[in-house]
Design a protein around this ligand. Structure first.
Ligand code: ACO
Length: 325
């Protein structure tokens, strides 16, 4: 049966780099606190000409360049984001216009940090039915527009950027093997972001504080480790594989302590986990495709390798996905 295979990857990070030392000037924090609790040393923050869709389109163009596929050949553009340029139209429609990909259709998905992994699963399902489809899947965020820069609990954690992959169908060994996706809407309050203020006073939540990210950090920490571990083990079992079969795990880049705990519980050696969050912080839906592109360009992905993605985010949403490179 046909399945989706990644033909090319690309990414785009804003030019401006904000270090922990710069954040020390904005909120009561320290480089020592941020580095020891999160592993983050700097993040890229978007400026003029670096709107979400512009970063997304650049990442997409770079992924397309690897494949030699023309934007006009694209059947579908999906953008996973929780910081869209506008609520309507979708960021994907802006990307379509930027790329001149007028022959396809385009829409956004919101599954928070799990958005890119959910998107891969969606692309795989389209391609199973129509293997000739060419899909551009992008994870793109400008979380700097949604962070409360007075809240030290959250503003030190996030960054901006975009990563993209181009997918089509294959019937050979490579491609997406399977996924294990979950969500639990009853736990939404652990990590959330309000909408812009409602124009209907009757529908304004009593505890509305503005469209900022809010988080219960310690609860998120515990759930993230347990749920990702479970999603990985369930998926490996389903496909008759063990953790030793995995060549490289590319996890959602949230926090080095979460990833260390997860790695130890799974029994994966350090060199089999790709981590780049010290440079970029948590870029939500963009974190896995940025890491995937970096791993690819560093020569860490070899033909036939078993690659494991795992992710966790607001919703709650979480999951894992296996692919053969
Ligand atoms: N600088 C200095 N102090 C801070 C900062 C900061 N930036 N942020 C919080 N603090 C303070 C708090 O105010 C609190 O002070 P208090 O004890 O006087 O009230 C104290 O530090 C909290 O300390 P701890 O609870 O021990 O902090 P903890 O070790 O839990 O680390 C952290 C907090 C980093 C948020 C941790 O809970 C965590 O990593 N959680 C996961 C959150 C995450 O990664 N979210 C990303 C989104 S979800 C995802 O992508 C998976």
């Amino acid at each position: 049966m046909s399945k989706a295979v990644i033909l090319g990857t690309g990414s785009c990070l804003p030019k401006r780099i904000v270090t922990n030392a710069e954040l020390e000037q904005m909120v009561e924090t320290s480089d020592e606190w941020i580095t020891s609790r999160t592993g983050i040393r700097s993040r890229h923050i978007a400026g003029r000409g670096e709107q979400n869709y512009q970063l997304a389109a650049k990442a997409g163009r770079r992924a397309l360049a690897v494949t030699g596929i023309d934007p006009q050949e694209l059947d579908l553009i999906i953008v996973a984001t929780i910081s869209p340029h506008m609520i309507m139209p979708s960021t994907a429609c802006f990307v379509q216009a930027e790329l001149g990909a007028e022959n396809g259709f385009a829409y956004d998905i919101n599954a928070a940090c799990a958005g890119f992994t959910y998107g891969l699963d969606m692309a795989n399902n389209y391609i199973r039915n129509r293997p000739e489809m060419k899909i551009l899947l992008i994870g793109a965020e400008t979380l700097s527009t949604r962070v409360n820069w007075q809240d030290r609990n959250t503003c030190v954690l996030f960054g901006d950027g975009a990563g993209a992959v181009v997918l089509t169908g294959t019937s050979d060994e490579s491609g997406i093997i399977g996924s294990c996706l979950h969500s639990d809407g009853t736990l939404w309050q652990l990590l959330c972001m309000d909408s812009p203020e409602s124009h209907n006073p009757d529908l304004r939540p009593d505890d509305w504080v503005g469209p900022h990210i809010r988080m219960n950090g310690s609860e998120i920490f515990k759930h993230a480790v347990r749920m990702m571990e479970d999603a990985v083990n369930t998926l490996l079992r389903k496909h008759g594989l063990g953790i030793a079969d995995v060549n490289l795990m590319i996890p959602h880049q949230a926090n080095t302590r979460i990833l260390k705990n997860l790695r130890e519980r799974l029994g994966l050696p350090e060199e089999k986990v790709f981590i780049n969050l010290s440079k970029y912080g948590n870029t939500s839906a963009a974190s896995i495709p940025i890491a995937l592109d970096e791993a690819h360009r560093q020569g860490r992905l070899n033909r036939g390798d078993l690659i494991l993605l795992c992710t966790f985010g607001g919703g709650l949403t979480w999951g894992s996905l296996l692919l053969r490179w």
